[in-house]
Ligand binder design. Structure first.
Ligand SMILES: Cc1cc2nc3c(=O)[nH]c(=O)nc-3n(C[C@H](O)[C@H](O)[C@H](O)COP(=O)(O)OP(=O)(O)OC[C@H]3O[C@@H](n4cnc5c(N)ncnc54)[C@H](O)[C@@H]3O)c2cc1C
Length: 310
């Protein structure tokens, strides 16, 4: 109930206007967001890199409503890629297609992606397309495959969400294609005819889907998995599975979000695993922040304590 309400608020304009005006809300969001500027994003990555951890930078924003905003978002990503190259940090980037104009049609999103991908190749890094709500799953996968197969951006990556019923078929197809996929549980509000309503079923499906990629046959086809979760039980099960299958640490990676389970991030890196942290920055932090609150209602206490410290 509380999760559903917080996810509803994440999309409500009135709640956004109210919350973003409060200094204490901005302070609370800082736990999950590196800062509002590109410099703060780069600095957060430097700190991670010094601990042997890689990053993927996300310039926050989603669901733009006109072409100018979409073009500006792509310009910002081009600038970000140039900064990644000139500052020598180890970071890829993550983008949302609705930030690049998907609500205005496939074409603007595709064109903006082409510009970003050309720059990523020039800068020697890669791009991952985040997965948004199920309204966009089919179109996101279509644009991902078009860019990968028709335009030759072989290193492009995308995301599959374990809470969707369709994801098992998607993962089987993507493993055959030798795709690079980030597997997460899923952060949006989805109806029970599309997604598992029970957390235990999502967790069980996560492990099942991960194993579709974490086997010799899929790896030999070029398939690579980013295990994106903070769920320690799942992480330990994945560790046991990769040891059993003889899968080497450079054949998959763990991914987590900035500000969540930093202890686990650092201990996995020390154990010799590849770890990549999703580092969001920018002033459009509201929906991202609300999804983080929805994932863990205990975060509401953290929010409330910042209110009383105003
Ligand atoms: C690198 C990365 C990229 C992602 N990209 C996408 C995407 O493209 N599309 C999408 O829909 N979702 C994305 N997500 C979010 C994901 O779908 C989940 O909503 C989120 O990761 C929480 O699920 P969990 O796997 O950590 O498991 P959970 O079972 O929710 O949490 C396991 C444990 O992790 C800790 N934890 C989890 N969330 C929080 C939190 N918000 N605050 C504090 N502690 C927490 C707690 O200790 C909790 O007990 C991404 C997640 C990661 C790590």
């Amino acid at each position: 109930m509380l999760r559903a309400f917080l996810l509803y608020l994440s999309r409500a304009q009135w709640a956004k206007s109210m919350t973003t005006n409060f200094g204490f809300a901005r302070r609370t969001a800082r736990r999950f967001v590196a800062g509002e500027t590109l410099d703060e994003g780069i600095e957060a990555v430097r700190v991670l890199n010094s601990k042997g951890i890689k990053a993927t930078l996300d310039h926050l924003g989603e669901n733009v409503t006109n072409l100018e905003e979409a073009t500006r978002a792509a310009d910002d990503y081009v600038e970000l890629l140039e900064r990644i190259a000139s500052s020598g940090i180890d970071s890829s980037i993550s983008v949302k297609l609705t930030q690049l104009g998907l609500d205005l049609g496939d074409e603007p999103a595709l064109e903006n992606m082409k510009r970003i991908l050309a720059k990523a190749v020039e800068c020697g890094t890669f791009v991952c397309i985040d997965m948004e709500s199920s309204d966009y799953t089919e179109r996101t996968l279509r644009i991902y495959r078009t860019l990968r197969d028709e335009y030759g951006y072989k290193d492009l990556r995308t995301v599959i969400q374990a809470y969707l019923y369709r994801s098992e078929d998607d993962m089987r197809a993507l493993a055959e294609e030798g795709a690079h996929i980030r597997l997460c549980k899923g952060a949006y509000k989805e109806p029970p005819d599309i997604a598992f309503p029970r957390k235990a079923d999502v967790d069980a499906n996560y492990l099942k889907l991960a194993k579709i990629f974490l086997n010799r046959q899929a790896i030999e086809k070029g398939a690579r998995l980013a295990v994106a979760t903070h769920d320690e039980k799942i992480i330990r099960q994945i560790e046991a599975h990769v040891h059993e299958q003889g899968i080497k640490p450079d054949e998959f990676e763990f991914q987590m979000l900035h500000g969540i389970r930093t202890d686990l991030q650092e201990s996995l890196a020390r154990e010799g695993y590849q770890v990549r942290i999703y580092v969001p920055y920018g002033d459009e932090w509201y929906p991202y922040f609300m999804r983080r609150l929805a994932e863990r209602p205990a975060n509401l206490w953290f929010f409330a304590s910042n209110f009383f410290r105003r």
